[in-house]
Design a protein around this ligand. Structure first.
Ligand SMILES: Nc1ncnc2c1ncn2[C@@H]1O[C@H](COP(=O)(O)OP(=O)(O)OP(=O)(O)O)[C@@H](O)[C@H]1O
Length: 731
């Protein structure tokens, strides 16, 4: 499931929030009504909700019904790991060759000097200490199932043997194309144990885009979720010379085909592969060798294969988790963000492995509303959303709130003002809370969190793209501070992190323990290019030595292409993106995001904005209107309730995007122009002003190709799609 599709699921929750903000007796009724509609909750016994971990423990895997257990289970699991660093000699910090080790950026002491581990070593350590704890939970036929760390390791070893049996070659790819599930993890880790390169493919990729990735990593095996994904691969399989087999991990095969296996059949393939053969492969692995490729989503050009070593993964899992104070064997997350993106992989798979946390999978039909139930049943201890997820939540909550009575709005506003102040106090380390906080907390904030399934959640994170102050403050007003994370695929995910005791609004926090940040070529205000150093810095781009050398300097620093500065307390603030800087014909450098965000904040009917003007005489802007999206995440012509409300406030009764554009609806166009004018008055120079704008007929979306999987704007794609319109701006 894509981030985009997830957004729709929230609508269901907002009904709760509406009720909470109304603060009347319908609150409890509405909760019960909604819970009554959900499937039976295994986590609720003896009238008391259980944590996902206890739920999992009380609903052990039903081995007969469990798809995992149709494979043999007699696998022996070694009980102790080899506590020895395994690092191959290497001269350089970087490579673009799949089987070449690299030099590690080891510190002499303190954080950064920890013993390098392979993925297997980290996994085995958790199995040794927490083997009976629940590792993975998933719902099948309305019932939660779970797998302990010991069983998880067994399954990964079985998958690894099956990969070996299928002829997986060392440092060749196993591509995984599908929605988050235990099989996704097992295929990924099984591939790594078997000496391959684990590669996630975005589920929204076209057959051609899947081919690009599978070909680039010389995939031997493709693991697909279902028939729909299988069809994509069948279209391109003949152009994949290294491909030996395809495995479909959900459903039966619609038709028998050579070298295409169901998950159950795949898991049986390796039953005769001796343990010693797999153990020899595991033992031969070194922490400074590649085990995973993350393909960038292409917001700045063609996807690149980011090579991650075992050490990149095992080190960052430990460093990030310890920086934000994760507790051993107590954490629980819900897996729903695309696993082919580094953020979800580190959050859902690697950090949970390191800290013996439990990953519960959202269901494949999450799109139709099940994610809400999942969150309320699991009640995760942390939750990661990309900014667009939080923005959509905010929009929906606001539009529901707008419909409430005057009195109720007043009460909600009262509580939110208190929440905002209390959140600011907490952020600034001020111990006191505003007057009335206890009442607002008990009546509103706690219940909002419970309705969202976030009542156990110690940290709500946002990351992977910029978020606006407006959204951050909105959640602060509900006493749900969002902690920002910042990083790249090239830094194995997080480079800076925020947490309860260490956050500032609009800052993406402080560097993870053991990492270093340098601001290159700072200007007079202290803004420089953010450069990263540490053991999380990637090995290189596969087969792209030139691009690798552009990204890594001779001392091993990763140049992020982002601009930023530190405050006096060491918090990092991102102030721009060099990689998307617009340089006008007059030579003025313009960072587009702040201008785009200002327009969105000024004119609430605007969904997306994109500034254009590179090498042009002046700036122009494309705008899209907030519209409803259909079940597949495609934007429709229907305006959202918030957009309709905006129209009504301006005396316009339409509900369609096409009406507004078709009629050049004067009142709406005037309101947008006034908003743009307000933004222009704040511009630091004439060259920074928006001179022309145009509303596009369709909102941007992942399926349309204008947005990447984390909802970042793919500027080159939009520029290409609307080339003619750009020319019209300047003709
Ligand atoms: N908290 C944040 N605030 C602002 N920007 C962020 C944040 N986190 C990540 N980013 C942006 O995302 C970039 C990293 O993106 P990522 O590595 O996920 O690439 P991608 O989206 O997969 O693909 P591409 O490299 O093609 O953009 C960072 O360089 C930065 O510009």
């Amino acid at each position: 499931m894509t981030v985009f599709s997830f957004i729709f699921l929230w609508d269901y929750f907002y009904l709760f929030i509406f009720n909470y903000l109304n603060i009347n007796s319908s609150i409890l009724n509405s909760i019960q009504f909604c819970q009554g509609r959900s499937s039976p909750r295994p986590s609720e016994t003896e009238g008391k909700p259980l944590t996902s971990q206890t739920a999992a423990l009380r609903s052990p895997c039903n081995f007969m019904a469990c798809s995992f257990c149709s494979a043999p289970t007699g696998e022996a699991v070694p009980t102790s790991r080899q506590h020895e660093a395994s690092v191959k000699p290497a001269e350089r910090f970087w490579t673009s060759v799949r089987d070449q080790p690299v030099k590690l950026r080891l510190s002499e002491s303190g954080p950064g000097s920890e013993m390098p581990l392979t993925v297997h070593q980290m996994f085995q350590e958790t199995v040794d200490q927490y083997g009976d704890n629940p590792a993975l939970c998933w719902k099948a036929a309305g019932q939660w199932q779970s797998m302990t760390f010991k069983e998880y390791m067994q399954q990964c070893r079985m998958a690894a043997k099956s990969f070996l049996q299928l002829g997986l070659e060392r440092f060749h790819g196993v591509c995984i194309l599908g929605f988050n599930s235990p099989e996704w993890f097992i295929a990924d880790i099984g591939c790594i144990l078997a000496g391959g390169l684990a590669v996630g493919i975005y589920t929204t990729n076209s057959p051609e885009a899947c081919h690009y990735v599978a070909d680039n990593c010389q995939a031997n095996v493709l693991v697909v979720e279902n028939h729909k994904q299988l069809l994509k691969i069948l279209k391109v399989k003949d152009q994949l010379p290294h491909l030996k087999a395809i495995v479909q991990y959900k459903d039966e095969l619609e038709q028998k085909m050579d070298n295409v296996y169901t998950w159950a059949d795949f898991m049986k393939l390796g039953q005769d592969v001796p343990d010693r053969r797999l153990d020899a492969v595991i033992k031969s692995q070194s922490a400074n060798e590649c085990c995973t490729l993350i393909y960038t989503s292409g917001t700045t050009g063609n996807p690149k294969g980011v090579m991650l070593s075992h050490d990149n993964i095992t080190w960052i899992s430990n460093a990030a988790g310890s920086t934000i104070n994760l507790r051993m064997a107590e954490e629980s997350v819900v897996s729903y963000l695309p696993l082919s993106h580094v953020a979800a992989q580190v959050n859902d798979m690697w950090t949970c492995m390191r800290f013996a946390g439990t990953t519960s999978f959202a269901q494949p039909d999450a799109l139709k509303g099940s994610l809400g139930e999942t969150l309320r049943e699991v009640r995760p201890t942390s939750f990661l959303g990309v900014p667009r997820v939080w923005e959509k939540m905010q929009e929906t909550m606001k539009s529901i709130g707008a419909k409430s009575s005057f009195m109720r709005k007043r009460i909600a506003d009262w509580a939110k003002a208190i929440g905002l102040q209390a959140s600011y106090n907490a952020m600034n380390g001020i111990d006191t809370v505003p007057w009335g906080f206890m009442v607002a907390n008990n009546l509103v904030f706690r219940k909002v969190r419970a309705a969202l399934g976030l009542d156990r959640c110690r940290s709500c994170f946002t990351g992977a793209a910029p978020i606006t102050k407006d959204t951050l403050e909105y959640f602060m007003s509900l006493y749900i501070p969002l902690f920002e994370l910042y990083g790249m695929s090239e830094s194995t995910g997080p480079h800076t992190v925020s947490w309860e005791q260490g956050h500032r609004i609009m800052s993406c926090g402080k560097v993870v323990n053991g990492g270093k940040t340098k601001l290159d070529k700072p200007d007079n205000d202290g803004n420089g290019e953010i450069c990263f150093y540490g053991r999380h810095v990637f090995m290189g781009y596969l087969n792209m030595p030139d691009k690798t050398e552009d990204a890594l300097d001779s001392d091993g620093w990763l140049h992020s292409g982002d601009l930023g500065k530190h405050d006096c307390d060491g918090f990092l603030f991102i102030t721009g993106r060099i990689k998307e800087l617009i340089i006008t014909a007059g030579g003025e450098n313009v960072a587009p995001v702040p201008i785009e965000d200002s327009v969105k904040e000024e004119v609430s009917i605007i969904s997306n904005a994109m500034l254009v003007g590179d090498k042009r005489k002046f700036l122009s802007m494309f705008l899209t209107l907030k519209c409803v999206v259909d079940d597949s995440g495609d934007p429709t012509d229907e305006l959202t309730p918030l957009a309709i409300e905006f129209c009504q406030q301006h005396g316009v009764t339409t509900t369609k995007v096409s009406d507004i554009i078709g009629n050049k609806e004067p009142a709406i166009y005037k309101a947008i122009q006034e908003g743009v004018d307000r933004v222009n008055t704040k511009a630091t120079s004439n060259a920074q002003k928006i001179q022309k704008w145009k509303i596009l007929p369709q909102d941007f979306s992942i399926s349309g190709g204008e947005l990447g999987p984390t909802m970042k704007l793919k500027r080159p794609v939009v520029a290409k799609m609307y080339q003619e319109e750009i020319e019209q701006f300047y003709s």
